[in-house]
Design a protein around this ligand. Sequence first.
Ligand code: ATP
Length: 235
Amino acid sequence: MLKVEDINVYYGAIHALQGVSLEVLEGEIVTLIGANGAGKSTLLKTLSGLLKPKTGDIKFLGKSIAGQSATSIVMQGLIHCPEGRRVFANMTVEENLELGAYLRKDHQEIKKDMEGVYERFPRLLERKKQQSGTLSGGEQQMLAIGRALMSRPKLLLLDEPSMGLAPLLVQDIFRTVEEINKQGTTVLLVEQNANQALKIAHRAYVLETGNIVLSGNAAELSQSEEIKAAYLGGH
Ligand code: ATP
């Protein structure tokens, strides 16, 4: 579904992604783990068209999308759910969800999807007229995911959905990601919480200072001594 081929991305003189290649197959949850500053957000921004690779290619559903506009990439079904809770704080829950569907014209289907999001996250239904900035951290994360679902993603890019959440909420969010995947959405999950991410993912890549240093089956990687020492707190 997604094939990243040897991309190099720079911020001025900073070489943030150094020949990164990876692949996500239809139906998978693939996780990308890495420490602060490894380049995870840079990779997602490049996939969604916010940054352009200097060299290399990105293929989505068999077509090159490197260098295309962010809007065109969204319209093809590659949806980026950004880090933290970048919801529109001054808008209500409902308005945020409507924005997720702003490129769509199928009003009946949009209504159905909105009901689906409220079914998945009943908390959002209870708060649909509430200003999003006043939601709790967990609720804002649900809203960010709900808004992404309103775009009908074929591939959902999730940037650190567990960041800043209490442990119980973290489990809820990972369970939700698993469910979304089981219902047919392919997921690329960027996480610092390697432990949980490796539990729900099929495959994983490890990014260090702009380079993929390890990749493979998630269950196997979670047993690797190297991963345990560096990302799983030695457990
Ligand atoms: P974190 O988990 O802390 O968000 P990350 O793995 O997502 O980290 P990136 O945000 O992708 O890392 O950053 C990768 C590198 O690129 C870092 O060295 C960072 O300082 C640098 N970088 C990121 N954004 C910019 C920018 N706008 N201008 C210059 N350098 C940047």
